[in-house]
Design a protein around this ligand. Structure first.
Ligand code: CS2
Ligand code: MG
Length: 403
């Protein structure tokens, strides 16, 4: 299974995606997602300049050795660009190995631990009523878990809420970062009423999630966690930036609201203190950004020792390739929690044909050998890359804040 070719496909069917294709001498190929939202071309350059030339001629079956070669061997370790590049290689190699074995990927990982993968949907609205209507619509689609976000009175733009009716809040559409305004005070005064309204209208049987997008200080996050305890969230996500892992200790000491973190993490070392001290409940890193299946498996196994479960990031900037591989991982991993599901646009799904299915609020894994996702390269060529940026965030006085 010698690697004879490897190349990048950059396409923008609705938004930018970077895909690595690795081809072996026998003709068997695998694909991996290398998309890093707003930094796509940095990963392309890393792969094309430093990784692809070193892959040619290697045995595609030596997944572990190639992972170590790209991680330890590189001297410059970790970071989102490096780990997304390694993640794409790893995903493509697991795809090749599973195809060569004639098995769907989940079989190679150890087989099914469950029949279906619970997902959560995004429900956002400019105000509480609009958000409740979204929850209603998603429950009718079969979802059992909903992430709720609303506009905050007095703030023009809020994370998770689209600018105009009928629009998605993602993708980032401006070439340079748009500027958003944030007020922690206004947000904290408003947000508990959202959860109260959801519980009052829909009762206590559904799972309710919320994303703070790193905007609070530890003591503010502790206050929020405590205030919303009566509404028993499934999780409170990214309530603080976690460069300082000890922040989560402070929050944990004040509240029983479950905490999820890690969509911007890329290494087991970003999690180590959080996991070993049981300061969190869910790990969020998607396969692409965390160095692929090989590395995420290690993080999930460490987490399992401490009753911590997976809740992988699955917004539209995680391509169907990563999502498809995640559905296999989720089907196997013993300490699965939930999978984020933000449906891709129809044209994205056409460029990336796949065999995972969505039914009744759950993903169902496919039986095609490999991870079950392919790329239509001819169609992909019709959607050229366009530079796009995520926004930045400022406080009302102009101070640059966390986005
Ligand atoms: C979000 C993402 O899905 C989530 O939880 O935090 O939409 C995030 O903003 C984007 O993936 C950034 O690339
Ligand atoms: Mg998030």
């Amino acid at each position: 299974m010698k690697i004879s070719d490897a190349y990048l496909i950059v396409t923008s069917p609705g938004r930018n995606f970077v895909t690595l294709k690795i081809v072996t001498k026998s003709g068997t190929y695998g694909i991996g997602d290398a998309t890093l939202n707003g930094r796509e071309m940095a990963v392309v350059a890393y792969l094309e300049e430093h990784v692809v030339p070193a892959l040619i001629g290697r045995d595609a079956g030596r997944i572990e050795d190639i992972w170590q070669y790209l991680y330890r061997g590189a001297y410059w370790r970790r970071g989102p660009v490096t780990m997304a590049a390694i993640g794409a290689v790893d995903m493509a190699l697991w795809d090749i190995k599973a195809k060569a074995a004639g098995m769907p990927l989940y079989q190679l990982l150890g087989g099914k631990s469950r029949e279906r993968v619970m997902t959560y949907a995004h429900c956002t609205g400019k105000d509480i009523d609009a958000c409740l209507a979204e929850v209603d619509a998603h429950l009718k689609l079969g979802y059992r878990a909903v992430r709720v976000q609303t506009g905050v009175p007095g703030i023009a733009t809020t994370y998770g809420v689209a600018k105009r009716e009928g629009e998605r809040y993602e993708p980032a559409d401006s070439e340079l970062p748009a500027e958003h305004v944030w007020s922690t005070e206004k947000y904290l005064n408003h947000v508990p009423a959202l959860f109260a309204a959801v519980r009052e209208r829909f009762g206590h049987d559904i799972h309710v999630l919320h994303d703070v997008h790193h905007r609070l200080t530890p003591i503010e996050a502790a206050r929020l966690g405590k205030m919303v305890e009566p509404y028993h969230l499934f999780w409170l996500e990214d309530c603080v930036p976690a460069e300082n892992q000890q922040s989560l200790k402070l929050i944990r000491e004040h509240t029983t609201t479950p905490l999820a973190i890690g969509e911007v993490f890329n290494s087991i070392h970003d999690y180590r203190e959080l996991i070993e001290n049981q300061w969190i409940d869910y790990i969020r890193t998607p396969l692409t950004h965390g160095g692929g299946i090989t590395h995420l498996r290690r993080i999930a196994d460490l987490a399992a020792l401490y009753h911590i479960r997976t809740g992988f990031h699955g917004p539209t900037d995680v391509s169907p390739v990563c999502l498809g591989a995640a559905v296999h991982f989720d089907t196997w991993v013993p300490n699965f929690g939930i999978q984020e599901h933000m449906p891709h646009e129809a044209i994205t799904d056409q460029v990336f044909p796949h065999d995972y299915r969505f039914e009744d609020g759950h993903f169902l894994v496919g039986e095609t050998p490999g991870h079950g996702v392919d790329i239509d390269e001819e169609l992909a060529r019709q959607y050229p890359y366009k530079r796009a940026s995520l926004p930045v965030n400022r406080l009302e006085d102009g101070t640059l804040w966390h986005w």
